[in-house]
Design a protein around this ligand. Sequence first.
Ligand SMILES: Nc1nc2c(ncn2[C@@H]2O[C@H](COP(=O)(O)OP(=O)(O)OP(=O)(O)O)[C@@H](O)[C@H]2O)c(=O)[nH]1
Ligand SMILES: [Mg+2]
Length: 260
Amino acid sequence: MRNCVVVPTYNEAENIDVVLEELLKIEDLDILIVDDSSPDGTGEMVQDWKLRSDGRVELLSRSEKNGLGGAYQYGFSQVLKEDYEVICEMDADLSHDPSSLPSLIKAVSSGQGDLAIGSRYVKGGQVPDWPFWRRFISKGGNIYARLILGLKINDATAGFRAYNSQLLSNILQYPIKAGGYGFQIEMTYITSNMGAKIVEVPITFRDRVRGKSKMGINIVIEAILLVSWWGFRDRVLRRNKYRDWQENPLLADTNNGTNS
Ligand SMILES: Nc1nc2c(ncn2[C@@H]2O[C@H](COP(=O)(O)OP(=O)(O)OP(=O)(O)O)[C@@H](O)[C@H]2O)c(=O)[nH]1
Ligand SMILES: [Mg+2]
């Protein structure tokens, strides 16, 4: 069976050629780039690859920069229409090494996990290039999410992942709220609430060498606020939104007046 990887891009012209060249070396893998009309011409470069990739590279263009979470949801909803076994996600800035993708796919296709997370914070995982402050924010965020949400995952903010396609389809039934890092945590939280199996596969995460980071303080604040709210809602108010949603999606949605 074939597998697919969804890669969101915004101004990744300096990285996209290498990413696609490396991904195309992986057998049985199709690639969907979701580009938000990058002014640096990333979309046009992907279009060229599409023409010479025998249908393995696809491009979805959105009219403006609208956040990572929305790009993934749009991309996932498109690839779920096809018959893929494993659907992956990764960044386009070479922080995620394309050659590690097969180990994530294998963890899912072999049934080891329904979701495989490329993890920086398990034995064997590494972040060799990051300064202290970046490591502090990332690790601190993970510890906070683990404590507040009761997650048993060491790297819930990681964006290098492989999902069993049926699991992904089930997750997307749920009204997902977060746009930045919170999106990865929310996907992990829903997966964990569903009782699906999550495995963490150690990876080496390199700092981006080319192009500009899109990470900003707003993304960090969004994640902190959402995690705090979900923890309060589910552990203090004991309103497990996900269970409500499974039992009655319409009621769960309207009762609380919000999609969070
Ligand atoms: N389509 C789309 N892609 C985005 C958007 N924001 C970020 N991306 C892409 O999402 C991936 C992750 O973004 P990065 O800027 O690398 O964020 P980060 O990895 O948290 O930050 P750095 O470690 O500093 O690189 C990259 O492939 C970006 O091009 C967006 O609004 N729309
Ligand atoms: Mg990055």
